[in-house]
Design a protein around this ligand. Structure first.
Ligand code: NOJ
Ligand code: CA
Length: 567
């Protein structure tokens, strides 16, 4: 099938040429290049879930020295920054998202000296280190909370949210925890309830208290001074609650935990969140650091609020709307990409993470999974914006859910079983080689290594020119070396094509064409290249049976073609 282009792109490229250098610029902080771009706009980020990455002391749990030992691998892959999910002291109820000391390293992950060595070794390889700042809540074992619950008059009482119940056994209002049950926990000692949006072992901090604000800003300074290049801010939507504790509207249907579904109208996304983000940003700017946000937004308007007016909040709010496209669909992806390109700031793309099932099985059809993994890589790594790769995506790791409830480690998977099986499936150990435990650990891994590790692993895929890993390396190399892919504007092509998602990345008068076949049948597309002032598209990277000749690009099922337009 041949798709015709109704309009020429000459005018689009010309218009893009006029706006390119300025449209991409951001304000605030230091710039690093002539276009006004900051380091994080050129960087490729990689999320490391430390429990599962590499275990240096063979206790079955990954650690900081394990990460340090893999820096050469990350460099070779094409990574510029790693985001490490929480590695601070923690009772590990929520695997680190319950922090009991913000200014130390949990002994299971190593020491502060190990951390300093990791930062220094990463720096030698021009890799920056980003930490995960759990801003909304602490562990119930944090000294602040232990003091807070000790008496109604304790110094830290007002650091958390304490309220009287409505009556005996009745919490202050109807708010439910996103992890199940009431969001209020009764404390018999002081005869009041404390509020927790997540587990009851994760009490919410009271961000209305200036002492809390100061303490939290100081934590970020402490890490920036230690060489940390930024923070991924956890659960920012939940920082503030309605002080009147108005009940949330609820529906009749129940969720996996048996609670009535409710709209979190009065305990998420309050306008005060943005004041806190502006304060965190001021500190980040002092250190040329970046703030990445865990921003669950319903639309681009909400996402824009997280950039802040004048880009004075988060530089990189993650666009989770992109992950809501759960099937391969050129029109759906086109729509989301257009939306994020109209946003007020620079796009940040993820396709999975430690809370979201892996892309390999979300998009795989069971028959062409490897090809589809390459297609997805070509998509989020060639778009205008900064990608964050989740560890293991580059080798085609699949989501591997526990078979039995008793095997589940993630508490929500136990309480929500079988409707909600938790997040263990996307957190299994990194697959380094085909040996026992995939080379992750010589001990017993905290989560079972998937059987597919025998085929999908770093060692074997490094030697295979057709592997998913080799494709990732190639596309990342291209992204780093090709100015159009790194800096250029996004110009959609063939917007009515139901199967092939195609676009240009335009910088000045140069353009790269990206064509992605999101269908299971071969496609032939006439891009009318010669009518648009170019002679042809010179292949930069393509899957095996996809190519361009003159005006025509041929794509195998789920095929990828990336080509430089030449005159
Ligand atoms: C979001 C984190 O990504 C998730 O893993 C965690 O359980 C919650 N925030 C609570 O901190
Ligand atoms: Ca270990």
């Amino acid at each position: 099938m041949i798709h015709m282009r109704p309009n020429s792109w000459v005018s689009v490229i010309a218009a893009s040429f006029l706006i390119a250098p300025f449209a991409l610029a951001q304000t605030g902080g230091k710039t690093i290049d002539a276009q006004g771009h900051h380091w994080w706009q050129h960087a490729v980020f990689y999320e490391v879930y430390p429990r599962s990455f590499a275990d240096s002391n063979n206790d079955g749990i990954g650690d900081l020295n394990g990460i340090t030992s893999k820096l050469d691998y990350l460099k070779g892959l094409g990574i510029d920054a790693i985001w490490i999910t929480p590695c601070f002291p923690s009772p590990q109820v929520d695997f680190g998202y319950d922090v009991s000391d913000y200014e130390a390293i949990d002994p299971m992950y190593g020491t502060l000296a190990d951390f300093d060595r990791l930062v220094a070794e990463a720096k030698k390889r021009e890799i920056r280190v980003i930490l995960d700042f759990v801003v909304n809540h602490t562990s119930d074992q944090h000294p602040w909370f232990l003091d807070s619950k000790s008496s109604r008059t304790s110094a830290h009482r007002d650091w958390y949210i304490w309220r009287d119940g409505k009556g005996k056994g009745q919490p202050p209002n109807n708010w439910t925890s996103t992890f199940g049950g009431s969001a209020w926990e009764f404390d018999p000692k002081t005869n009041q309830y404390y509020y927790h949006y997540f587990y009851k072992q994760q009490p919410d901090l009271n961000w209305r208290n200036p002492a809390v604000q100061k303490a939290m800003l100081d934590v970020t300074r402490w890490w920036y001074k230690r060489g940390v290049a930024g923070m991924r801010l956890d659960a920012v939507d939940t920082l503030f609650e309605d002080p009147n504790l108005t009940d949330n509207p609820s529906r009749q249907e129940k969720n996996a935990f048996g609670d009535l579904l409710q709209e979190h109208k009065y305990n998420t996304k309050l306008p005060e969140v943005h004041e806190a983000l502006r304060d965190l940003r001021k500190v980040a700017d002092e250190y040329n650091s970046v703030l990445i946000g865990e921003t669950w937004t319903a639309n681009i308007g909400e996402l824009n609020e997280y950039y802040g007016k004048g880009n004075n909040e988060l530089q990189m709010p993650m666009d989770f709307l992109f992950t809501t496209v759960n099937k391969l669909s050129a029109p759906e992806f086109r729509k989301q990409i257009a939306a994020i390109n109209s946003a007020a700031g620079w796009p940040t793309f993820v396709i999975s993470n430690h809370d979201i099932a892996r892309s390999f099985d979300r998009y795989g059809d069971g028959q062409h999974n490897d090809q589809i993994a390459k297609l997805m890589a070509a998509l989020y790594l060639t778009l205008r914006g900064t990608p964050i790769l989740y560890y293991g995506e580059e080798i085609g790791m699949k989501t591997t859910m526990p078979a039995r409830r008793e095997d589940v480690k993630d508490p929500i998977g136990r309480s929500g079983w079988p409707k909600e099986k938790g997040r263990d499936g996307e957190r299994t150990p990194m697959q380094w080689d085909g040996s026992n435990n995939a080379g992750f650990s010589k001990g017993t891994p905290w989560l079972t290594v998937p059987a597919t590790a025998k085929i999908y692993n770093v060692a074997d895929e490094s030697n295979d020119p057709n592997s998913i890993l080799t494709f990732y390396k190639n596309v990342l190399k291209l992204r780093h070396t090709n100015r159009e892919l790194r800096e250029g504007n996004y110009v959609p092509l063939n917007q009515n094509d139901p199967n092939v998602l195609s676009y240009l990345r335009v910088y000045g008068d140069q353009a790269v064409l990206v064509a992605l076949n999101m269908s299971g049948s071969a496609q032939t597309v006439d891009f009318k290249i010669s009518k648009n002032g170019f002679a042809s598209a010179k292949g930069l990277l393509a899957t095996n049976n996809s190519s361009a000749r003159g005006d025509i690009v041929k794509l195998e099922p789920y095929g990828v073609f990336i080509g430089q337009l030449v005159r």
